[in-house]
Design a protein around this ligand. Structure first.
Ligand SMILES: [Zn+2]
Ligand SMILES: [Zn+2]
Length: 898
């Protein structure tokens, strides 16, 4: 269905679709824009154009239409108190990480809070009616506009006003009346200034009319009435009509402040502090002129750089003013916007990474750093985080809890980026032409090179406007799961005995039998689900090899089944297998909470797998685990086991469970049913889970982590065992450990012994040298060192191949001997592993004729190897251990000539 078609149809019958009581009571006129023909409602007789095409568009910049001034947090207080006065419940924001929807990473609008997907249908669950919520919403598709246009944010507070028309809630008349009074009474805008523009909304098979409301050309909000389903030729009123009024809190603040941009009034004192730090000479008249031009003409051009060029010209800015004022301001705006988004996302458990929604977060942090580098801004990121959380404290006090965690993650991620810069430089230096948008996407996806970095390196001058929208399309929504193909139509729901008395032996009636599959009227066999592997056992004597759930029907796969439909069969569940899997499942919950408490609030279950003899838990974490962290996690988990805590299971209405425990219950993913099963390990861990669990943690006996591994960016796998498997593992592990430590001890002893020997030799060496040089003519033996002394002025020879002497000794002795006796040649031969080595020293006098290098060469040849060196020192060796003696004899002959 085309929006235009719906609009043209609805516009032909404004009485039915658009005219609300307020318009009649206050004398609103319906007009058509002379420029674009759109229909709008106003009490201003002189108005001839819609808000987009009026002369007063964006004239509130520098000249706000209200007497009161409200910044971001004050604006929310005004909105909240107005709606509370008028019978609304104020609900706290929902997480920005959209854990309750499979098709969204991030919460993109306030209405998403209350949408739950059941099969292919979206249902609405409201915790109160009517209600108002300050929902932080993340949108990444126009990142290139952030900081530049004055009104685009990567995250903003959507004021959600929601109502279901019934005895408590209201419909169009009251909705528009409230919005009108909010703007005029609470914010003090003149009645003549508010304009309602006719529009429509369409999505997910339903559609309805909507009224956008504007003041001075700024769209403050859009009241959407989700009213019909079907198509234009045939539609009917929805059973569950919904009012979805979304308004930008940033804009409410901006309209009352009239600052050059919305960034100037939505981050508290942070913006002006940063501007002061950089010493930009902000001239407010100039800024008003420039940003009014930007705001007014933003829609007119396709390209942002054209919008800028036009504004520079119209506002009469010099190049110098652009470079010294506007460009650094844009950078500051971008930085504070992106930091605020990162704070919300990381606080709610998202991590920057190269997969899924983490992409956008990594991109934003890299933009912050690149922008600071490009503009030589020296802001302290941690200070900016502190300042933001301090400022947001009034509206979002929960951010306080994760203040330090946000800093930790951002520091790690910033370091990672710094470390990758060298690699990026290399990649960039190889680019030989201007990259296309697809090149940019590839450069970012495969090499982590952001376009901001390319801008910083002056490879590109502007980031193409389609880059972020393309990237965000690629990573915005998760893949839908494949639909079940099996046809089990017409069968009644299987009665799930494992959620009741859980008998391990029971009789059941066969409702369907085909191929090797059977469907029973009831079963105690737990089907594969939530990472828990299926039960085994027998049905009618046949082995059960697999169990799976299809909708509400449990399907058993048997080995060689001949069971007939209508039979009553006796069933036996393998209870040992089930017990072991159950212990592993409860252990998964314990380890998950243990990891979070040891590592940080960003830890969520990424996925899990529970088999009989092993299990694994994948958690979101930024780095590989250290040994110390592993020990701490395991210790904490085992302390929970030792405390023998009670595990309780209760069914809740989903909305009630979310309100009571928060979204941390969705560790195992979304729960597509109205009623959720909450598994609590006292107050240590509370999760929504359909699996089987022990009654007391003591049953688990022991949890042992067997291995951990970083399996992808931002995800760490913890492999573990529990119960008897863990006890066996620990026993084996202790044996291994004992063996290893014995080996280590032996090694250490050996090393120590060598060390002692060395020390002893070191002490003996001077005495040895003295004893050797004191030797008389002839052959002497000094501690197994053979010393041949000839007449004075003739060569002497000294050698040893005794095992107690090592390389260090030979070198020390040789050095010392030739120092004392310039006629001495020393030859030390020793074993080194499977080789024989020789060390030769030749004294200053004897060396003239008998060079150490020559001797080493000859000796090595005898030993079957090669060697060489200088006149004074040489070494060599070979492999033939039987030739040690011959080698020394040969050397002696060379020296003494005998
Ligand atoms: Zn118009
Ligand atoms: Zn579970």
């Amino acid at each position: 269905m085309d929006k235009k078609e719906i609009l043209s149809k609805f516009s032909t019958d404004p009485e039915r679709y658009y005219k609300v009581k307020l318009f009649e009571n206050e004398g609103f006129m319906r007009k058509s824009c002379t420029t674009c023909k759109r229909f709008y409602w106003t009490i201003d007789e002189n108005r001839v154009n819609c808000p987009d095409h009026s002369d007063d568009t964006y004239s509130f910049i520098g000249n706000p239409p209200t007497k009161k001034r409200f910044d971001y947090t004050q604006a929310w207080k005004e909105v909240e108190s107005f709606f509370q006065k008028n019978g609304h419940t104020s609900v706290s924001r929902y997480p920005v990480v959209c854990r309750w929807r499979d098709d969204l990473y991030f919460t993109i609008a306030s209405i998403v809070d209350f949408q739950r997907v059941m099969g292919s249908k979206v249902v609405f669950e409201f915790p109160a009616n009517p209600l108002v919520v300050p929902q932080t919403s993340l949108r990444f598709k126009d990142l290139e506009n952030v900081g530049v246009t004055g009104r685009h944010f990567s995250s903003f507070c959507m004021i959600g006003q929601h109502s279901i028309p019934n005895s408590q809630g209201y419909w169009k008349d009251e909705c528009v009346n409230l919005d009108y009074r909010l703007v005029t009474e609470q914010f003090g805008v003149d009645k003549k200034e508010i304009v309602f523009v006719e529009d429509v909304w369409e999505g997910g098979g339903s559609f309805g009319s909507s009224l956008e409301f504007f003041v001075k050309g700024l769209e403050l909000g859009n009241a959407v009435f989700t009213e019909f389903q079907g198509d234009l030729t045939n539609y009917r009123t929805l059973d569950q009509q919904i009012i979805d009024m979304g308004a930008g809190l940033e804009r409410f603040a901006w309209i009352t402040m009239g600052t050059p941009t919305a960034y100037d009034c939505c981050f508290g004192p942070i913006t002006s502090n940063l501007i002061e730090q950089t010493g930009i000479d902000t001239n407010s008249e100039l800024l008003v002129r420039y940003f009014t031009e930007i705001a007014k003409n933003f829609e007119r051009f396709n390209d942002l750089s054209e919008v800028r060029k036009n504004a520079i010209k119209s506002a009469g800015l010099s190049n110098e003013q652009m470079d010294k004022i506007i460009t650094p301001l844009e950078g500051i705006y971008l930085i504070i916007d992106h930091i605020r988004t990162l704070i919300f996302a990381i606080s709610d458990g998202a991590l920057p990474s190269n997969v899924g929604g983490g992409y956008n977060l990594r991109m934003m942090l890299r933009r912050i750093i690149s922008t600071m580098d490009r503009l030589s801004l020296k802001f302290d990121i941690n200070d900016m985080i502190d300042a933001q959380i301090d400022y947001l404290n009034d509206t979002y006090p929960e951010l306080e809890e994760t203040r330090e965690d946000v800093k930790t993650i951002i520091t790690i991620e910033a370091d990672r980026y710094e470390n990758s810069k060298f690699r990026m430089q290399k990649i960039v230096s190889k680019l030989n032409q201007k990259p296309t948008v697809d090149d940019l996407i590839r450069l970012y996806e495969s090499d982590g090179v952001t376009p901001d970095y390319l801008k910083e390196m002056k490879v590109i001058s502007d980031i193409p406007s389609t880059f972020y929208s393309k990237l965000s399309e690629l990573h915005q929504s998760k893949k839908q799961k494949e639909q079940d193909q099996l046809s089990l139509e017409g069968l009644p729901e299987t009665e799930l005995l494992y959620y009741e008395d859980d008998p391990k032996e029971f009789d059941a009636k066969v409702l369907k039998s085909f191929d090797q599959y059977v469907v029973l009227d009831k079963t105690s066999f737990y089907p594969r689900g939530g990472g828990q592997e299926p039960d085994h056992g027998t049905i009618g004597g046949f082995d059960v090899v697999d169990v799976s759930k299809h909708g509400n029907i449990v399907l058993h796969e048997l080995k060689g089944s001949t069971i007939k439909e209508g039979d009553v069969v006796s069933c036996v569940v393998d209870s040992k297998r089930r017990d072991d899997i159950t212990k592993n499942h409860t252990s998964t919950h314990i380890l998950n909470s243990s990891s979070r408490s040891v590592l940080g609030s960003w830890v969520w279950q990424h996925s899990a797998f529970k088999e009989e003899d092993h299990a694994r838990l994948d958690i979101t974490h930024h780095s590989a685990l250290t040994d110390d962290e592993i020990v701490k996690i395991e210790d904490l988990a085992n302390s929970v086991v030792d405390k023998n805590m009670s595990v309780t299971i209760e069914n809740f209405d989903r909305g009630d469970a979310e309100q009571k425990y928060g979204f941390k219950i969705y560790q195992g993913g979304i729960v597509p049913v109205k009623s959720v099963r909450i598994v609590s390990i006292e107050d240590f861990d509370i999760e929504a889970c359909g699996g089987t669990h022990v009654k007391k943690t003591g049953e688990i006996k022991l949890v042992k982590i067997t291995r951990t591994k970083r399996i992808q960016d931002g995800v760490v796998r913890i492999e573990f065992v529990s119960g008897d498997t863990a006890l066996d593992y620990a026993k084996q592990h202790n044996v291994d450990l004992a063996r290893k430590s014995a080996e280590l001890k032996d090694k250490a002893k050996l090393k120590e012994k060598r060390q002692e020997q060395k020390q002893e030799l070191r002490e003996r060496l001077p005495i040895l040298v003295e004893n050797i040089t004191a030797c008389k003519i002839g052959t002497n033996n000094v501690d197994e060192i053979i010393v041949d002394i000839t007449e004075p002025g003739k060569p002497n020879f000294c050698s040893t191949m005794n095992d107690q002497y090592d390389e260090f000794f030979h070198i020390s002795l040789g050095e010392n001997l030739i120092e004392k006796d310039p006629w001495m040649v020393y030859c030390g031969v020793f074993e080194d592993g499977d080789k024989i080595r020789a060390i030769i020293y030749s004294g200053e006098q004897v060396g003239k004729d008998k060079k150490a290098g020559d001797i080493a060469k000859t000796v090595s040849e005898v030993l079957g190897g090669a060697g060489g060196g200088t006149q004074r020192f040489a070494q060599g060796g070979g492999k033939d251990k039987s030739k040690k003696n011959n080698a020394i004899e040969k050397a002696k002959t060379m020296v003494l000539g005998v």
